[in-house]
Write a new protein. Structure first.
Length: 250
């Protein structure tokens, strides 16, 4: 979280996203949106396109897009079969639970999922933005060269945002609040503090990822203070184009 005032650090810019936007999370997502001070254009909604979207749910998405919220792709079902590989089992245990669906797929399967995700938006009369975020930020067994032919341009992982058109990775700090156990709370507090300071000292935008149940979890009291403490909030599509600046005030 923000450093002590005596350090005279200017608040970082931010890229704010709400994960797991699906019919089952409409109430939680709406509650989070009501708390955010950012303009809609600077809050990206990560939509899970393969869920059971009914007419009322789609009407809600259309209304959000009309209000200015960018809609990004966020997997197809946001769940996967029980992990088989050791890496996937560890990833599931430590980070993703059972949502990192890319880790269960081959490169061709991941490619098909991403294309289906993008086409779903078009089929519903929605316009997706250039961003795709795999569930749990886990891209899986697909090479960056293959992403150049995808309908999305930007791909977000834990380490940053990859621009497939420019073939350039933009490492960016990340903060989150999905702390459902004491150890996760402890780790995320330290993780968020370090990444806030990194954003301040480097001038890089701080990615703030909010999940639907964060307001009920162990870091619920940190969500609003962080999103209120940031400086300028930006859409993801501008992040790669903005220069760094000195975040230490004179």
């Amino acid at each position: 979280m923000p450093a002590a005032p005596s350090e005279s650090l200017v608040a970082p810019r931010a890229l704010v996203s709400i994960h797991d936007v699906m019919p089952e999370t409409r109430e939680q997502v709406s509650q989070i949106l009501s708390l955010l001070p950012q303009d809609p254009q600077a809050v990206t909604l990560l939509v899970v396109s393969g869920r059971d979207w009914q007419t009322a749910d789609l009407d809600w998405l259309h209304q959000l897009q009309q209000q200015g919220y960018p809609l990004a792709g966020h997997g197809w079902l946001h769940r996967c079969d029980p992990p088989i590989s050791l890496y996937h089992r560890l990833h599931s245990l430590l980070l993703s639970r059972r949502v990192a669906e890319h880790l269960s797929l081959s490169a061709s399967g991941i490619e098909a999922l991403i294309r289906n995700c993008h086409q779903w938006f078009l089929d519903q009369g929605l316009q997706p933005c250039d961003l795709y975020v795999p569930p749990a930020w886990a891209m899986g067994a697909i090479h960056r060269e293959q992403l150049a032919d995808m309908p999305f341009r930007l791909f977000e992982t834990l380490s940053g945002v990859y621009d497939a058109q420019a073939q350039k990775m933009h490492p960016l700090p990340l903060a989150g609040f999905e702390a459902d156990t004491p150890i996760r709370e402890w780790l995320l507090r330290g993780f968020n503090h370090l990444n806030w300071r990194r954003a301040c000292h480097t001038g890089q935008p701080l990615r703030i990822g909010i999940h639907p149940d964060d307001l009920k979890l162990r870091l619920s009291n940190r969500v609003a203070p962080m999103v209120e403490a940031v400086g300028e909030s930006l859409p993801y599509t501008s992040a790669a184009l903005l220069p760094r600046y000195d975040c230490i005030s004179g």
